[in-house]
Design a protein around this ligand. Sequence first.
Ligand code: GLA
Length: 387
Amino acid sequence: MISLAATVLQRFRESFTSEPTLYFSPGRINLIGEHVDYNDGFVMPAAIDKGIYYAVAANNNKELHFYSMDFDEWLTVAVADIKKMNNWKNYVLSVVNEFLLLGHDVKGFDCVFAGDIPRGSGMSSSAAVEGGLAFALNEMLDAGLNRVQLALLCQRAEHNFPHVNCGIMDQFANMMGRQDEVLLLDCKTMQHQYFPLQLQGYKIVLINSKVHHTLVSGEYNIRRQRCEEGLAILKNQLNIQSFRDITRVEDLMQYKSGMPEKVFNCCLYVIGEIARTKKAAAFLPQDNLIEFGKLMYATHEGLSKLYEVSCTELDFLVELAKKDSHVIGARMMGGGFGGCTINIVKEEAIPRFIETTSKEYLQQFDIVAEAYVVATADGTRKLPVTP
Ligand code: GLA
């Protein structure tokens, strides 16, 4: 079977005369630490072997030519005319715009890209789209940005044209991920460490609910606003800088009546999730997967009941996992409102787990779920170009 990288390369050669450079930019999973990256929390993501392949070459004619194979759409725009547009175009143009904002002279390029991250699955195809192009432009323009600077550039790009006020987790994992390792990232300081992903007879399985609610970005920004509102009140009262400074839930409780209920619930969730992620990070090197898994279930509970970013389908999938003694932890993953659950499953029980889950899910919702056994991967990188 011809690989996606080879297909992208071939498509580029059919469309343009120059010879491109090839890049791979991965999606990500997140073990725990959800919706806390923009709340100065800790997250535990890893880059995966699914992602976006880019073929890119300079053209020096002051025009950008993009072909998105997944959408089967072309975009041609003069560098001088770059502006906010819609869907995938916003993501690529916003990355170019960030380089322009840094004062780089973008002389034009041709680009073909395609991916194998299922759309809306919560594996962050958007960060993969941003990361691949940013990495390519960094090389093409000789901009000299390091990987962390590139991740931050991509985060700004996502805030700017697409107007999703995301945290740094996805872009960081995309640039800094390492095969067979998981990151523990302090989103306040950007300090990070790597843990070997040794799951002792268990594997990570994603179940894609195939649900992708519209208005996700709107709801995402609303969660962020609620947290900001709550934190402003707490900062005033408790002389703290961020949620991580509140270590006792009782300290929050006294301000319950002074906050709208949804704001309070978001604060309660965030404080709990920051503590859970710290605990989880301690369990991993101790090989205490059972306790790690319990924390994942608790995260789901919080995301569903307090943070309100789950949905019936995801809740159903997590309940199914709970009933299966071969699954030691499960929860919704990513921004929410659909996408995947992440499950830690005993290796020999995986086929039966997938079969049972898919069957019950189909019966309940009339939707064919998809399952992926996760393989971790290195962050965004150049690939060899075959003749
Ligand atoms: C999306 C965002 C991330 C993060 C997650 C939730 O993937 O891009 O920054 O906030 O949602 O944890």
